[in-house]
Design a protein around this ligand. Structure first.
Ligand code: PLP
Length: 425
């Protein structure tokens, strides 16, 4: 039976059989028992399916991955121990030393570093492009060894909306997949696969969890990219893997080639799995994702409109504001709302901004976004402090930018708190 997103949030993933717990159980066990040595041998020979070691698969983790997979409409999903691990695996699954990929430059600071510094040390080169450039300018960056294109549906913290259809078209013209980090939109507000994206990643730490209780990530495969059609670019998927019984992923697993390789090679060797307990917490968050997202958006819209009219505020960036640079793209990709994160700048000095943040009452200064509680952060002095001013601007982060993550409290109270703190500036 085909179910709507709201039902999938509550029901997908765990379907208990007779006498089993109604609520997803936490299988807090590293290993799983079999009766005979032969049963175990059959698992290792890939002749039987079954759990044997939690690094490779765990029933709690799998149930939550299945829920996220259903929400995104993919063929397979893998949970990781963080959003960073998810983005690393998504790229590293198809890029190795000597390869190149292209990314939008308006991405999360941690991802910016991962791509520009750490992957570079592994011999993987990345070109940062401004998504506002014209097609010709961006397409000039594709090289024979380019393996994918990367962007964020709604960028953190800049709030830019990524034109998924346009970049999918460009990537596919060059025979490579489009990978989209869908953390801020969540599948409730945007399902990138419907716009031609091939692989979706998430930091589940944010709205999916929604309560700031666990750090986690996910990679979801649409199954739509035809690796065999570009076999020379993706030998890891289209030629035998000697470390895995000499099988060829595209031949043996078809549409699930990419996601199967990610588990059986990267997870096996690098091991960034979430704990089953964290997956349990993530699942509790997912059960109300469809209720929380509209409330985050409704509150953020009201707060953004209030900020825009406030004479202490220099500028506001929220794609739900009519007249915003990304308003039209948001109407297309995010018709039901974008997210709760607003970027704005205050008139006055950096010290004024700091005084404003220090005077907030229940709105807290925390290194987090996208959970139930409203919070603020000044990326230039917090999350992005490793970037130079030039890099900050390149990443779409103005030095005076305050990132306000609007929670699900009463919006009158959120506005009242902002107002009293501004009065003390
Ligand atoms: C937070 C974030 C990440 C990194 O996720 P962690 O769970 O903190 O490792 C990646 N992408 C985006 C868009 C994020 O907001």
């Amino acid at each position: 039976m085909k179910k709507n997103l709201e039902t999938l949030c509550v029901q997908a993933g765990w379907t208990p059989k007779k006498g089993e717990p109604r609520v997803l159980p936490i299988y807090q066990s590293t290993t799983f028992k079999y009766e005979t040595s032969e049963q175990m041998a059959r698992l290792f020979d890939l002749e039987d399916e079954g759990y044997f070691y939690t690094r490779l698969a765990n029933p709690t983790n799998d149930a939550v991955a299945a829920k996220i997979n259903a929400l995104e409409g993919g063929v397979g999903c893998v949970l990781t121990s963080s959003g960073q691990a998810a983005n690393f695996y998504a790229i590293f699954n198809i890029c190795s030393a000597g390869d190149h990929f292209i990314t939008s430059n308006t991405i999360y600071g941690g991802t910016y570093n991962l791509f520009g510094v750490t992957l570079k040390k592994l011999g993987i080169e990345c070109t940062f492009v401004d998504p506002d450039w014209d097609d010709e300018h961006i397409e000039a960056e594709f090289r024979p060894n380019t393996k994918c294109f990367f962007g964020e549906t709604i960028s953190n913290p800049g709030g830019n909306v990524f034109d998924i259809e346009r970049f999918a078209r460009m990537a596919h013209r060059h025979g490579v997949p489009l990978i989209v980090d869908n953390t801020f939109a969540t599948p409730i507000n945007c399902r990138p696969f419907e716009w031609g994206c091939d692989i979706v990643t998430h930091s589940t730490t944010k709205y999916m969890d929604g309560h700031a209780t666990q750090v986690g990530g996910a990679v979801v495969d649409s199954g739509n990219f035809d690796w065999d059609a570009h076999a020379d670019k993706f030998p890891g998927l289209t030629t035998p893997d000697e470390s895995y019984h000499g099988l060829t992923y595209t031949k043996t697993f078809g549409k699930k080639a990419y996601i199967t390789k990610l588990v059986s090679q990267l997870m096996r060797d690098l091991g960034s799995i979430p704990s089953p307990h964290n997956s349990f917490l993530l699942n509790l968050g997912l059960e109300t994702l469809h209720l929380r997202m509209p409330r985050h958006c409704e509150n953020a819209q009201r707060v953004a409109e209030w900020l825009e009219k406030n004479d202490k505020v220099a500028w506001v960036n929220y794609c739900g504001l009519n007249g915003n640079k990304y308003y039209d793209l948001a109407q297309k990709y995010l018709p039901n709302g974008s997210c709760g994160v607003i970027a704005f700048g205050l008139k006055g000095s950096k010290e004024d901004a700091i005084r404003f943040m220090d005077n907030l009452d229940f709105i807290a200064i925390v290194t987090h976004v996208a959970d139930a509680r409203t919070c603020v952060l000044h990326p230039a002095s917090h999350t992005h402090r490793q970037l130079s001013d030039e890099q900050l601007l390149e990443a779409g982060v103005r030095p005076d930018l305050i990132r306000l993550s609007v929670g699900i409290e009463n919006s009158d109270d959120i506005i009242a708190d902002l107002e009293q703190a501004m009065k003390k500036m």
